[in-house]
Write a protein that binds this ligand. Structure first.
Ligand code: ATP
Ligand code: MN
Ligand code: MN
Length: 310
């Protein structure tokens, strides 16, 4: 799709008809990656990215002066966003309605890249049922000093515990330090149920293994442990989208992997845009996992209770 679809137009780059200005501007100085390269990444992964990130509220991390300078988190479409970028009205806790950003087409994703967007962070629910999450995430955050082998062991243990409750899960390396263990959900339960379930799950993991895990955000309690961050699982919270670039050194990409692949990986930030072409020839492990999604119903909640008392 990408290289051939480009039309040099003066100094601008055009991808899928979207004009990318200043394509040669360096965005990642250490990786020598330009704004044009960022746009080409999203052009290459657009269809698969949208299978995960489409039609749901998204927050952007924009870095107008490159990833080494100030970046900012943005929930609402602002000045200069093209009409292709969707707006969905979301009721906030205050009762007010606010327009959130969503994406429904590759052109819109490229429009965001033109606006300096680097990272895309997604809600756990889609526009058509904002109150019924279709994914649950356990964001494994290691304390400094822990290695990736510790994170992998934690991910495997999280997987085993979830599968014991009847919930298939897939790991995603975040492009940072950790792994997100993602559970695709049938949309039978609301946020209260899913949030409560994830909090109990993380708390029980920590109770069973207090030397290795904590379920509270407190940095002091994390000493030498992995924080099982379940707080992504509430209305309005986000997690980085699959195939999003990260605004971190080396231009890493967040990538869903198989459990076998995870076992062989040496770090969470080793995938870069160069690796996408090959990955796109294989099915996405997270989409595959989604085919056997379960919901947080009575049975699963009951199993959690039994496991907690075990
Ligand atoms: P790592 O593997 O290095 O932890 P991560 O993406 O999991 O990478 P976290 O700091 O654990 O990073 O954050 C988890 C998620 O919380 C992010 O992916 C993001 O969606 C959300 N988040 C992080 N920072 C903010 C912020 N400033 N405002 C709102 N949400 C945020
Ligand atoms: Mn994390
Ligand atoms: Mn976290």
């Amino acid at each position: 799709v990408s290289a051939k679809a480009e039309e040099a137009e003066g100094k601008d780059l055009k991808l899928r008809g979207v004009r990318i200005s200043s394509p040669d501007r360096v965005v990642y100085p250490n990786a020598d990656l330009t704004k044009g390269d960022v746009a080409r990444h999203y052009d290459a992964v657009a269809e698969r990215f949208l299978e995960h990130a489409g039609h749901r509220p998204v927050s952007l991390v924009r870095c107008p002066d490159g990833t080494q300078k100030q970046c900012f988190f943005q929930k609402h479409a602002g000045k200069g966003f093209p009409d292709s970028v969707g707006r969905v009205a979301v009721e906030e806790s205050s009762g007010d309605k606010e327009d959130y950003i969503y994406f429904a087409s590759p052109e819109a994703v490229l429009g965001a890249a033109q606006m300096g967007a680097i990272e895309f962070h997604i809600w756990g629910s889609a526009n058509d049922k904002l109150d019924r999450p279709d994914r649950m995430v356990f964001d494994l955050d290691p304390d400094e000093g822990l290695g990736f082998e510790d994170v992998k062991a934690a991910a495997q243990e999280t997987r085993a515990a979830l599968e014991g409750l009847g919930l298939p899960a897939t790991p995603m390396v975040t492009g940072g330090k950790g792994v997100h263990v993602i559970v695709p959900l049938r949309r039978i339960a609301g946020w209260d149920t899913v949030k409560g379930f994830s909090q109990t799950f993380a708390t029980v993991m920590a109770q069973k293994n207090p030397e290795r895990y904590v379920a509270t955000m407190s940095k002091a309690k994390r000493k030498g442990r992995i924080f099982i961050d379940w707080l992504r699982n509430q209305r309005g919270a986000t997690a980085v989208a699959p195939y999003s670039l990260r605004a971190r050194t080396g231009a890493p990409v967040a990538v869903p992997v198989t459990w076998d692949e995870l076992a062989k990986l040496k770090a969470a930030n080793l995938f870069t845009p160069k690796d996408m072409k090959k990955r796109l020839t294989q099915p996405c492990p997270l989409l595959e996992c989604g085919k056997s999604a379960r919901g947080i119903g009575k049975e699963v909640v009951g199993a959690l209770g039994d496991w907690a008392e075990d």
